[in-house]
Design a protein around this ligand. Sequence first.
Ligand code: GCU
Length: 617
Amino acid sequence: MRSSCSCAWLPFFNNTLSPEREDCLGFARDELALGLRGLGLSVPVSLNQTGDGEGFSIQADGEGWSVSGGEQGLLYGVYRLLIRLSGGLDPALPLTQPRFELRMINHWDNPSGLVERGYAGHSLFFSNGVFSYLPERVRLYARLLCSIGINTVCLNNVNVHTPADRFIMPEYLPELAKIASLFRPFGIRLLVAVDYSLPARFEPGTADPLDPAVQAWWKKTIDRVYQTIPDLRGFLIKADSESRPGPYLYGRDHAQGAKLLSVPLAKHGGILVWRCFVYNCKQDWRDTATDRPKAAYSNYTHLDGRFDANVILQIKYGPFDFQPREPLSPLLLAMPRTGKALEVQLAQEYTGQQIDLYYMPPQWEEMLADMKGANVRHICAVSNIGDDFNWTGHDLAQANLYAYGRMAWEGTACAARFGGEWIKLTYDLAMTEHDTLLDMLMDSREIYVQYTAPLGVCWMVTTQSHYGPQPEGYEYTAWGTYLRTTSDLLGTNRTETGTGFILQYPPAIQEKYADPAECDERLLLFFHRLPYTFRMRDGRTLIQRIYDDHFLGAARAGALTDRWMSLKGHIPEAVYAHALERFERQAANAREWRDIVNTYYFRYSRIQDERGRVIYE
Ligand code: GCU
């Protein structure tokens, strides 16, 4: 269902937009005037164009302000000025430049209108196999993204389903061009997810990257794309991943495979974003030698230096797959001569599906700390947006998109600061209520981890849907996600004496995890296989800690409802009621997790809870 939408963190615009125009400076002026009017302010603001970069500064200027920057920087500066004025903050900012060059949102939208792992309604861009959208709404969305510094959007799913495979063919190019023009004034360029095997369905009859006919076909196709959309950012490829076709089908490696596209794209200034989510998804569960987290690193590190300069390897933050708590992917710390992007997932596939509250920046803080010094120059996020009235299903999930943009710009997650900014912009709360909401956001990730995934154990989710508990759902499947729990032991040994995954890290990180007695306890069972009676540092046994976490997490999840109820009358009623219903579902979900996971371990270990709470047989 299409509906109008909320203004999210830009309420002062009241859903009004400036007229479309090509002239960037003029557009920035229009947006500024509109925003100031919405804020009820008449301060003088001057815009000074200096150079053509993305950075900007804001300085006090007499009674008003002056914003300086390149064309794009000025627009970013205008939004930041409005945001700061609206949040009651001093707008002055010394020159600020983005930490990550490519700041991207990946939609997993299918032409059918369904969004893969989408929890906020249907696609904003497609339905029934065709481009179908409200131009106004797309522009409001582009403005939201631009206001937090996003510069690239991929509209279609990495799993390229028909007819999305033909988006780069003549019949769809005009449509793609039309939607690109809606994003353009906001400095956002489009990327298209492309099917690697496409030429096999045309004259070449194969997609072998070393076949000259295939090379000629891609060159011609890419030239034609750029004739229609000269500023297209480039292509995104998911190859040899979860049964998508790729160079391995032809006995070629991924450097050979990528060159096929990076060379013709480079001619037009285009980039190739190449996903590294490559692992054996047809593993035999009896095979204990293969350890899925090792896959990305093993598939790529030996290719360092062989990718063209316009190739960016897109690497999920964790070596598994967007789990609530994983260590950083070692591939992000490797390949110094290759362009790399960190990939996060705003869509809460494994983190509560926009029913359960899960504010992500605390997790990003952990990742960025481990990534310090690595040459990761780009960032992307799987979108949590759909055509729901509030954009993100759960109103509070907007905070993740806002904070993502801010993190992509600043390079630090600053969970509390970004959360506070978002609250101030979105709701009109007195200090006590503001603090209540901020504390809820800040606690949410740890609460979620407590009632779902103890100490780095992953994959206890319900198969396929990935919401709710099913501890052994994936145990005897081909996905490489085995727990292998027994009556004596739990966790996985990924140290040198186990799968050896730990050896993919630089020595300093290996040290952090190698010894169970010293290992960061939050990831203890990701790296170690231990007896239930293993002593945690606070003296509790491992099994007691697991029981305690689940009881505590479920209780805290329940208490979120009460904390939210204390905000009644302060949050707009419709938002309040909508979110309340989600908090109630979260509390029920947390109880399921608590009881099922506790029972799961109890049935294996037969060890009672020391505190005598109910654990079912
Ligand atoms: C996860 C997710 C899939 C998705 C894949 C990816 O496995 O469940 O829906 O296609 O990630 O990132 O490509």
